[in-house]
Ligand binder design. Structure first.
Ligand code: DOR
Ligand code: ZN
Length: 348
């Protein structure tokens, strides 16, 4: 077993946070090593809401990745109450925007400019439906009195179902699903081919108890928060099923160590350095290595109407320990997800 290798088409990451400036420079090369393309989330400050801002940001990402690396950032537009359908459609036609990201206002990191009332963006959704542009949703209700562990399941009932009913051909991705409820719902819509879901590496390997194991672990805090074990098991079953609606999206979300290890720590897990290896380990543990390519390299492009990558990557079954931190040029360390553990697969 020790010398076993696995070669699959080069995967893509359908959900990343690159940030900007020194953080962007430190993290983007790691995603570009593992993945051919990435959907880049627009939750900068200020958010990416115009075609110009997105194409400028794309240039900064390409500069951070460097020459000679085949990597394509796929840009998204941050949906606000003031969003203009014309600007969004123009960006899509020009190939600058690949999708629109819908953060309910206040749901997560830098979501203050998000949508306060879904009805305000109905004209935009109408146009997106017409032109075949995907809507990527952060699927949590934001009512502050709702228990944090119930926010995703309630979102399905209160927000997602109405959107899907009111826009019967709109393509939607439920991002970073964390519950059996989401798995079941996404699966129930499989025949429509227009509802997909990304699944992160961390939600496949941690449950909510892990966040508190031996004391509070701020580096395991993300949103949506990890749920009970029954949900983690449902996510593993869904990801390793090979079914077309489930695909890879790491939600790699770097924050400086001081912002995580704080009296009010930020949500987000930086997994760009170890994601593919952790996913592979999950598929191996589930006896489903033959389904990894579908999840990592085929289902995402098919959903977005793109061809899969022609290149391949090879993973080797070998024990290794990831470095603990990546440090920005400003001296900020960012904790690497999976560090402190022995991983069983390595990208070669
Ligand atoms: O944990 C998270 N971090 N969840 C999100 O939705 C946003 C992300 C971030 O940008 O840090
Ligand atoms: Zn995210």
């Amino acid at each position: 077993m020790t010398d076993m290798t696995l070669t699959i088409r080069r995967p893509d990451d359908w959900h990343v946070h690159f940030r900007d400036g020194a953080m962007l420079k430190a993290v983007a090369p790691h995603t570009a090593v593992q993945f051919g393309r990435a959907i880049v989330m627009p939750n900068l400050v200020p958010p990416v809401t115009t075609v110009k801002a997105a194409s400028d940001y794309r240039e900064r990402i390409l500069a951070a990745v460097g020459e000679g690396v085949s990597f394509q950032p796929l840009m998204t537009c941050y949906l606000t109450d003031q969003a203009e359908a014309d600007e969004i459609a123009l960006g899509f036609e020009q190939g600058v925007f690949s999708a629109v990201k819908f953060y309910p206002a206040g749901a997560t990191t830098n979501s203050d400019s998000g949508v306060t009332d879904i009805k305000k963006v109905y004209p935009v959704l109408e146009r997106m439906q017409e032109i075949g542009m995907p809507l990527l949703v952060h699927g949590e209700v934001t009512d502050p009195t709702t228990d944090i562990f119930d926010r995703e399941a309630l979102y399905i009932e209160r927000v997602l179902k109405p959107i899907l009913n009111d826009f019967p051909t709109l393509k939607v991705v439920m991002e970073h699903i964390t519950t059996k409820d989401a798995v079941d719902f996404v699966r129930s819509q499989a025949d429509s081919g227009r509802l997909g879901a990304t699944i992160t590496p961390h939600h496949l390997v941690i449950n909510r108890t892990d966040i508190f194991k031996g004391g509070i672990n701020p580096h395991l805090y993300c949103l949506p928060i990890a749920k009970r074990e029954v949900h983690r098991l449902a996510l593993r079953e869904a990801a390793t099923s090979g079914e077309a609606q489930f695909f890879l999206g790491t939600d790699t979300a770097p924050h400086a160590r001081h912002a995580k290890e704080s009296g009010c720590g930020c949500a987000g897990i930086f997994s760009a350095m170890t994601a593919l290896e952790i996913y592979t380990q999950v598929f191996d543990d589930e006896g489903a290595l033959d389904k990894l390519e579908a999840f990592a390299s085929l289902n995402g492009p098919a959903f977005y109407g793109m061809a899969p990558n022609e290149e391949t990557v090879t993973l080797k079954r070998t024990d290794w320990s990831p470095q603990e931190f990546v440090t920005t040029e400003d001296g900020d360390p960012v904790r690497v997800f999976g560090s402190g553990e022995t991983l069983a697969w390595k990208l070669v």
